[in-house]
Design a protein around this ligand. Structure first.
Ligand code: SAH
Length: 344
């Protein structure tokens, strides 16, 4: 049975006409969707007969909390969420000084093949729909019992490989009838699908853009991220410069420090050359080791040295606070542990 939320607005209007309902019901139902209703039973302003009529034609799918791992040290809550078809995705709730933030997934698995990432090990299973992404947020917010005022699209999947649904999600979460989250409080992270970076800059200039860079030469990047073969480093950097200039917003570059591979002084110096003069910020993350990859993260001390070398040459950088390391908070690790049927 199809989920009611997946109907287009016109389809919902037609359905309600067929059910001989006044036009304002569409607005009421849409509001229940935006409020993240858990079932038809919650829609108390709809007549029971209508609720029954809808339920006999369309399902009302929600995400289930399969598992929550709470970090004892920093309040991070890592969620394994169940989708109606049995697939599972991850979301991470993080408490920062400036408020609560949620990292959400956009696909089940991922087809980008980054060598260090657990999410991509079994390939992409499927895209998430806009409503499924929306319900990740609603489900975690309700479970955590706290408002969440920042979203990072940095969980499982490549958001620009699911562009239509991700952009529909952004419009939903920004909708004043629901959460009304400011676009400025949202960050989308991509491995670098250049045409989509350009499109996104046009359509969502206020949403923050983060680029998973992880390397300072084409060769180095290709060795870590197959996407670099399709969209080279020069092309990527040109699109990023253009984005920063057009939107007036700084671009964040994520750089995962892998011991002995991309964390040397020469790497830092090349990064400075690559980013010089751009409105940007570098987010250094020590690799969260994934058993299958055989790579290790740089030490905290080393990461600090790398950061200092960037800063002294004029590139603003931070070493990301490591949240929830005690609970496998790196991409895809929790799902991998708990869904052996999907991962060969
Ligand atoms: N596909 C998007 C968003 C998901 S990954 C992207 O590539 O940006 C979110 C971030 O976590 C990316 O920067 C990714 O490169 C990084 N990441 C993946 N696995 C990691 C690991 N084991 N340790 C540290 N960072 C990792």
């Amino acid at each position: 049975m199809k989920d009611l939320k997946e109907l287009k607005n016109e389809e919902l209007q037609t359905l309600l006409k067929e059910l001989k309902q006044p036009a304002f019901r569409v607005k009421q139902i849409r509001k229940w969707m935006l409020q993240g209703a858990g079932s038809y039973g919650e829609m108390t302003n709809l007549p029971q007969a209508l609720r029954d009529g809808l339920a006999s034609r369309y399902s009302w799918n929600v995400l289930t909390v399969e598992l929550v791992q709470c970090s004892a040290s920093d309040g991070t809550r890592k969620y394994l969420l169940g989708l109606p078809d049995g697939n599972k995705v991850e979301a991470v709730f993080m408490a920062y000084d400036y408020g609560n933030s949620l990292c959400i997934s956009t696909q089940v698995g991922c087809s980008m093949g980054c060598r260090f990432c657990a999410s991509t090990i079994g390939g992409k299973i499927r895209d998430l729909s806009a409503w499924e992404i929306y319900y990740e947020y609603m489900t975690c917010m309700k479970d955590a019992g706290q408002p969440i005022n920042h979203i990072v699209l940095m969980g499982m999947g490549e958001p620009f490989d699911n562009y239509e649904e991700v952009s529909a999600f952004l419009r939903l979460i920004h909708d004043e009838d629901g959460i009304g989250l400011s676009y400025r409080n949202i960050t989308l992270s991509t491995c670098g699908l250049v045409p989509r970076i350009r499109q996104f800059g046009e359509e969502f200039p206020q949403v923050n853009l983060a680029i998973s860079l992880h390397a300072s030469t084409q060769e180095e990047r290709e060795g870590l991220m197959p996407v670099a073969k399709a969209y080279g480093l020069d092309e990527l950097m040109a699109a990023c410069r253009e984005h920063a200039e057009k939107t007036g917003r700084r671009v964040t570059f994520e750089y995962t420090l892998i011991e002995g591979r991309n964390d040397g002084e020469e790497n830092a110096d090349r990064l400075v050359k690559l980013l010089g003069g751009m409105l940007c910020h570098v987010n250094l993350i020590s690799l969260n080791p994934v058993a299958e990859t055989g790579m290790a993260g740089s030490s905290r001390k080393w990461a600090e040295k790398f950061r200092a070398r960037l800063e002294v040459q004029g590139i603003p950088a931070t070493v990301r606070r490591e949240l929830g390391r005690d609970i496998d908070a790196a991409c895809g690790q929790l799902r991998k542990k708990h869904s052996s049927q999907n991962i060969q």
